[in-house]
Write a new protein. Structure first.
Length: 297
């Protein structure tokens, strides 16, 4: 039985709006299903990720868009729920939501948000999931008496066009266990944050969290995110340890992703081009992806 796979690429939200539209159109045309947009609101020459998401959803008709990953400390979940539902409704159900508990705290605090410890950040992330799902649900007013995101008396709505998946960008053991307990998916951090040799243990931690919560490990979508370049000449793509970008031919990329899909529970693969270009995105969609699909059975 063929393993169901999905593929996409991650985009840096520079000010080149027309270039981003062209990349999104090319990705959709060559069959990619996912488009991630990095979220770093403190970078002065980056567009707002959610505004750009709306622009790219309007310029496409099939590809699904998600923040890769949304900076939760700078985006309170009640408003985030409204924004995500609106994007999903206007796009006909093509928006997913990946959340990060906070990484670049020095930059985040410059925007007026208090620094959180890892334990506080995880607790806030769990609260955010509860608030998001409550606002997307039905019933009477919401009474969530949380430490970080209290919501008292807010009525749910609007509901999104489809059940928006909530993914995390978890890295630490406790955040990974939390992902297993409550998340719909894990958008694995790129190897510069989570080196290749830690992927197996990270997936195992998610599995353990899922089982402890009475869930199946397969209930949590696993999304591998890999930085690199598709080249004309063969390179070294063993990708067993460290965090070096992958640089190799389309055939080598396909062999690598197929091996990862066979060895680990990843079912989605997001390409982070070292040099963002139409050529790289198209090569991934037309030359790498079909080979992976053929090899993974």
């Amino acid at each position: 039985m063929t393993k169901e796979l999905s593929f996409g690429f991650s985009l840096v939200p520079t000010l080149d709006v027309e270039g981003h539209r062209a990349l999104a159109a090319a990705a959709e045309e060559c069959g990619l299903e996912l488009l991630g947009i990095q979220d770093h609101p403190y970078v002065p020459d980056y567009l707002d990720t959610f505004v750009l998401a709306g622009t790219l959803l309007a310029a496409t008709s099939r590809i699904r868009v998600f923040p890769d990953v949304a900076n939760l400390p700078l985006r309170p979940p009640a408003m985030l729920a409204k924004t995500a539902a609106a994007l999903d409704l206007v796009s006909g159900g093509r928006f997913e939501l990946a959340l990060g508990a906070g990484g670049y705290w020095d930059a985040i605090t410059r925007m007026g948000v208090e620094r959180r410890s890892p334990a506080e950040a995880n607790a806030a992330l769990e609260e955010a999931f509860a608030v998001l799902r409550a606002i997307w649900g039905t019933g009477g007013p919401i009474h969530h008496h949380g430490t970080y995101y209290p919501v008292d008396g807010l009525k749910p709505g609007p509901a999104p066009a489809h059940p928006i998946e909530l993914w995390t960008g978890a890295q630490g053991p406790k955040a990974l266990a939390l992902t297993g307990r409550i998340a719909d998916g894990w958008a694995a951090p790129i190897p510069s944050y989570l080196p290749y040799e830690q992927w197996t243990a990270a997936n195992a931690r998610i599995d353990e969290g899922a089982v402890a919560a009475g869930r199946r490990p397969s209930d949590v979508r696993r999304i591998a995110q890999i930085v690199g370049e598709i080249t004309d000449r063969p390179g070294d793509v063993r990708v067993e340890t460290g965090n070096e970008p992958v640089r190799g031919t389309a055939e080598q990329w396909a062999e690598l992703l197929a091996r990862i899909a066979h060895e680990q529970p990843f079912t989605s693969f997001v390409f982070w081009p070292e040099h963002q270009s139409l050529e790289q995105v198209t090569a991934f969609g037309r030359e790498v992806v079909p080979r992976v699909r053929a090899a993974v059975v």
